[in-house]
Write a protein that binds this ligand. Structure first.
Ligand code: BGP
Length: 465
């Protein structure tokens, strides 16, 4: 008989989306960097589909959340858009319609038996704050983020018990300041490093505010969502090992260490000092980071990072870049998701679980995103009219098996959220790759449960498979 994978009691079987990717821009007070970028360069988005319509969650959240309940989910993460909740970005004064909307979403989530997890920043900086202050390189923007967070905590903290400050902050650093895939598409190592520091500071300051406001008193918890992409070396040769250590330090531990341990990795500080590019910080700020670590961690995992010792010449034309320290390694025979171009390597779920157990105080954590984006799913529509996404079920089961092994060996993981419940908009890829348990027909907004939606319902009701 096949092994059964049963998960810990009260395990979260949920799914995640974000405000900017699901709501649509209806009635927003401000534009985010993505709203603005689409306005000035629509051709940068797949099929020129922008963030304005998306899956229509702003209008259809009641029906959508009822469908999430129908497929058995017991928890749900989305994000509060800064550009929707806040009327006055300087004071943090809320917008009436934004308050109404998020109140309804939260109430409706709870009414449908799901734990709401609310995130505060999912790549969606108000563009005005970039234009006026330079965005995440500005410490004033850090203060404005804390005001926004405070407004959200005060308004919704009575019902929302799980908060996260940022989703994948390293992707903001990479996209905005290094690799040109988020507006303003800069290539500027110095700014990247300052933004990395400032976002860590913003997270710690928001956590501090959360605790000062007494949000923890009736069980409120706060964390951060990080995309951990373990760096695997080509070989055990010491130079390859060093390359992977540096890649892990820059891309993973730059946020994980301050979040959990309250300190930046010394290797990171040393490299940045040697490269003469260390951020501006004060003693007082570093103390705030030290004193305000997270209660729980969300981990987004999609793909590993394969690296080898630096063999190619360092490209200095772009200024400081992380690739100064390693080369990417194109491992022969790796499994790929051809649509997204990402390697499939479920074993990393186990490695992440053990790393957290052994090196990060075995902090309570959950998988906050994992999933498979596939293009052209219409071709898998079966006789009953639903998408037969067996490939997705297989992908999710494999990842869950490795997660289960980590849990069996003592890692403190309390849940699994897939990306995403209902097909949603995906940054520059727009609606190219679909990830949902529920399909959306963009032309009619008709939503249909896929085979994986029926599968997760079973898994959730059996607490395993
Ligand atoms: C994560 C983001 C999500 C989501 C997901 C899928 O990095 O947190 O917002 O988009 O990746 O990736 P993509 O949309 O790029 O295919």
């Amino acid at each position: 008989m096949n092994k059964k994978y049963i998960f810990p009691e009260n395990f979260w079987w949920g799914s995640a989306t974000s405000g900017p990717q699901s709501e649509g821009t209806f009635n927003k007070r401000h534009k985010s960097v993505f709203d603005y970028w689409y306005e000035v360069e629509p051709e940068a988005f797949f099929d020129k589909v922008g963030p304005e319509i998306t899956s229509n969650f702003y209008n259809s959240y009641k029906e959508d959340l009822a469908m999430l309940k129908e497929i058995g989910l017991n928890s749900f993460r989305t994000s509060i858009q800064w550009t929707r909740l806040i009327k006055d970005l300087e004071t943090g004064e809320p917008d009436e319609d934004g308050v109404r909307f998020y109140n309804d979403v939260i109430d409706e989530t709870i009414k449908n038996g799901m734990i709401p997890v609310m995130n505060l920043h999912h790549f969606d900086l108000p563009v005005e704050l970039y234009n006026k202050y330079g965005g995440w390189t500005s410490k004033h923007v850090v203060e404005l983020f804390v005001k926004f967070a405070e407004t959200a905590f005060k308004l919704f903290g009575d019902r929302v018990k799980y908060w996260t400050t940022f989703n994948e902050p390293m992707v903001v650093v990479e996209g905005q300041y290094l690799y040109e895939f988020h507006y303003p598409k800069l290539v500027d190592g110095e700014k990247a490093v300052q933004a990395m520091y400032n976002i860590n500071l913003a997270s710690a300051k928001a956590i501090k505010r959360f605790r000062e406001l007494g949000c923890t008193e009736d069980g409120g918890k706060i964390g951060i969502v990080l995309n951990l992409t373990p760096a695997y070396p080509r070989s055990n040769n010491k130079d390859d090992l060093y390359a992977s250590k540096v890649a892990d330090t820059i891309f993973n531990y730059s946020f994980l260490d301050p979040a959990v341990k309250g300190e930046f990795p010394s290797l990171l500080i040393n490299l940045l000092k040697e490269d003469n590019i260390l951020w501006e910080s004060t003693e007082e700020e570093l103390q705030i980071i030290k004193d305000n670590t997270i209660d729980f961690l969300g981990v987004n995992y999609y793909q590993p990072r394969r690296v080898k010792a630096k063999e190619s010449e360092i490209d200095n034309t772009k200024g400081w870049m992380p690739e100064k320290y390693f080369d990417y390694y194109d491992m022969p025979g790796k499994r790929m998701n051809p649509y997204r171009g990402w390697e499939i390597y479920p074993e990393a779920m186990y490695d992440i679980a053990i790393n957290i157990r052994d090196n990060y105080n075995n902090i309570p954590w959950y998988i906050s995103e994992n999933g498979m984006g596939v293009e052209g799913e219409e071709k898998y529509i079966g006789e009953d009219g639903s998408i037969q996404d067996d490939y997705r079920i297989e992908f999710l089961e494999e990842h869950l098996q490795y997660l289960h092994k980590g849990i069996e060996e003592g890692s403190n993981c309390f849940g699994y959220h897939s990306w995403t419940p209902i097909d949603c908009w995906s940054w520059c890829n727009a609606y190219k790759n679909r990830y949902g348990y529920i399909a959306v027909d963009l032309a009619t907004q008709k939503k249909t449960i896929k085979k994986s939606g029926t599968w997760i319902k079973e898994v959730s009701s059996n607490n395993g498979f």
